[in-house]
Design a protein around this ligand. Structure first.
Ligand code: SAM
Length: 287
C-alpha cells in the first residue's frame, strides 16, 4: 500500500527524519519497490504459520512484507544507527524481533532453535549486503540451519554461479559447495532502479531449497571440497594437471590411475565433472 516502508516517498521521509546517510562499506542499497518485495516473499512460499529470518533489514522494507505474511520474523542488523529507526518503522508489527549484530559472528542456529522452537516451517529471506554474500550463504549452509528454504537477493553473476551445472562457464566450486546442501535456482532478475542508492551490478533472486540428505555420499566432506576446489584452480588445465599440482606428494601416474578407476578421462577439465563424479573421485583418492 501507499503507507508501506518500501515506497520511494516513505523511504525518503524516513531517511530524512533520521538524517540517515548510506554506508557503502555495509552494502546498503535499500529496496523501494513493494511489488518486487512481494515477489521475493512469494518465492519463499511462506504462510501465516511460518517463521522468517532476515539478514540486514535496513529500514525494514522487506521485514514489513515478511511480517504481513508470517507468524514471526527475527532480523539481524549490523548498523547500530538503524536500530532506533527499525524500532519506529516496525512498531506496528510486534511479532518482529530485531537483533543488533553481525550475522557472521552470531550463532544463527541456536537462535533458530530457540526463537522458532515450535514452528515447522522456517525460511531465511534477505536482500543481502553484496560484499559478504558468499561468506553469509556458506555459513548458513554449512551450519546446517534447520530451515526449509533460503531466498536471497544477490548479485546476478553470483546467483548464476551458484545455480550453474556442469559444462557451463559459470560452473565452479561455488556451484558444488552450494548444491551439496541445497537445490539452487534463480527465480527472477531485478533491475538496479528498484534500489536507493542504485548498485553498480544487476541483481537476482536465488532460491536454495535445503536438502534433507546430500545428493552424493562422500567419505570426508572436507577432502571432497578440497578436491573440487583443486580441480577448478586453473580452468584451462586438465583435471590431471590441476590435481597433481595440488597434491605434490602424490605420484602423477597414481592420480591418473585413480581418475581412470573413477571412470574419468584424465584429459577432461574440472568444469565437465558432475557432483557424482567429484564424489567418486574424492572417495577413491582418499584411500
Ligand atoms: N533489507 C533492506 C532492503 O531490502 O531494503 C536492506 C538491504 S541492504 C542490501 C543490506 C543490509 O544489511 C544493510 O542494512 C546493512 O547495514 C546490513 N548488513 C551489512 N552487513 C551485515 C552483517 N554482517 N550482518 C548483519 N547485517 C548486515
Amino acid at each position: 500500500s501507499e503507507k508501506d516502508i518500501a515506497t520511494p516517498k516513505r523511504t525518503k521521509a524516513i531517511l530524512e527524519k533520521y538524517g540517515f546517510s548510506f554506508k557503502k562499506s555495509l552494502g546498503q542499497n535499500f529496496l523501494i519497490d513493494t511489488n518486487i518485495l512481494r515477489r521475493i516473499v512469494d518465492a519463499a512460499n511462506v504462510t501465516e504459520t511460518s517463521g522468517a529470518v532476515e539478514i540486514g533489514p535496513g529500514i525494514g522494507a522487506l521485514t514489513e512484507q515478511l511480517a504481513k505474511r508470517t507468524k514471526k520474523v527475527v532480523a539481524y542488523e549490523i548498523d547500530q544507527r538503524l536500530i532506533p529507526i527499525l524500532e519506529d518503522t516496525l512498531s506496528p508489527y510486534p511479532h518482529v524481533k530485531v537483533i543488533h549484530g553481525d550475522v557472521l559472528k552470531v550463532d544463527v542456529k541456536e537462535m533458530v532453535n530457540k526463537e522458532f522452537e515450535n514452528m515447522e516451517d522456517v525460511a531465511v529471506v534477505a536482500n543481502l549486503p553484496y560484499y559478504v554474500t558468499t561468506p553469509i550463504l556458506m555459513k548458513l549452509l554449512e551450519e546446517k540451519l534447520p530451515v526449509r528454504t533460503i531466498v536471497v537477493m544477490i548479485q546476478k553473476e553470483v546467483a548464476e554461479r551458484i545455480a550453474a551445472g556442469p559444462n557451463t562457464k559459470n560452473y565452479g566450486s561455488l556451484s558444488i559447495a552450494a548444491q551439496y546442501y541445497a537445490h539452487a535456482e534463480t527465480v527472477f532478475t531485478v533491475p538496479k532502479t528498484v534500489f536507493v542508492p542504485q548498485p553498480n551490478v544487476d541483481s537476482a533472486i536465488l532460491r536454495l531449497t535445503i536438502r534433507e540428505e546430500p545428493p552424493v555420499q562422500v567419505q570426508d566432506e572436507k577432502f571432497f571440497f578440497e578436491v573440487v576446489r583443486a580441480s577448478f584452480a586453473q580452468r584451462r588445465k586438465t583435471i590431471l594437471n590441476n590435481l597433481s599440482h595440488h597434491f605434490p606428494d602424490l605420484n602423477k601416474t597414481e592420480i591418473e590411475k585413480v581418475l581412470q578407476h573413477s571412470g574419468i578421462d584424465p584429459k577432461r577439465r574440472g568444469e565437465s565433472l558432475s557432483m557424482e563424479e567429484f564424489a567418486k573421485l574424492s572417495n577413491f583418492l582418499i584411500q
